[in-house]
Design a protein around this ligand. Sequence first.
Ligand code: PEP
Length: 252
Amino acid sequence: MANNIRYFIGNWKMFGEPKSIAILNKINKFVKSDKKLNKKYKVVITPPHTLVQSYAKAFSKQKIIIGAQNCYHKDNFGANTGAISPYMIKSVNAQYVIVGHSDNRAEGDTDEMLKNKVENSLTNKLKVVFCIGENKDHKKNNKTFNVLEKQLRNVLDKKFNSKDIIVAYEPIWSIGTGQIPQPDDLHETVKYIKKVLKNIFAKQSPAVLYGGSVDSKNIGQFSSLNEIDGFLIGGASKSDQNFIDIIKNYYK
Ligand code: PEP
């Protein structure tokens, strides 16, 4: 197993208000109490930008880590309405940033922008969760491997520090649909992603996560797939009980 640490990364998307910190307090309490296993995994939560600063402050010395869901692709400051740079995210002590989520690709993020986002985030000492994934048509037409390889090669550069990059494989057809890949297909796909990553980064390859409709009921199906280094969890991360049960059931 290349990477022993498992990641459970919650992507809240457009969810959360100040009082939603109660959800994170419960998750944090669970991780703290999970003394037998909690050295084996990291929990990262990415709330919306409005909550990043206060949550990062609240959990700075705790078990869960706070990240952001997206960032602007260049500059630290600038005349860009609504934009938030990696520098600004780091300045409020968030530690991770998601880049290349299919939601943002659909809104116009190009490979060139994503490469700049990754580079700028790494320069600002953020760890990057870089998302890739095929859509339904790519899958139907057996284009999955081609699409994933292109997404990886067009953005990840061998000069980047691979230790600070995590790749999240998120098939678009699986996000929010309740559909998950067949275990054999997932095994082959993650193996392929790792092969491409090894080719880009000769020395140490980034960890590879799976994301798409993961919940406490289906997580057991992923436990035996050792090549998966963790999970990016959307809908189910908004419930402390579901998120905690995902961790518990993964290690059952
Ligand atoms: C996501 O949007 O990154 C995601 C994985 O969502 P869900 O778990 O809800 O499918």
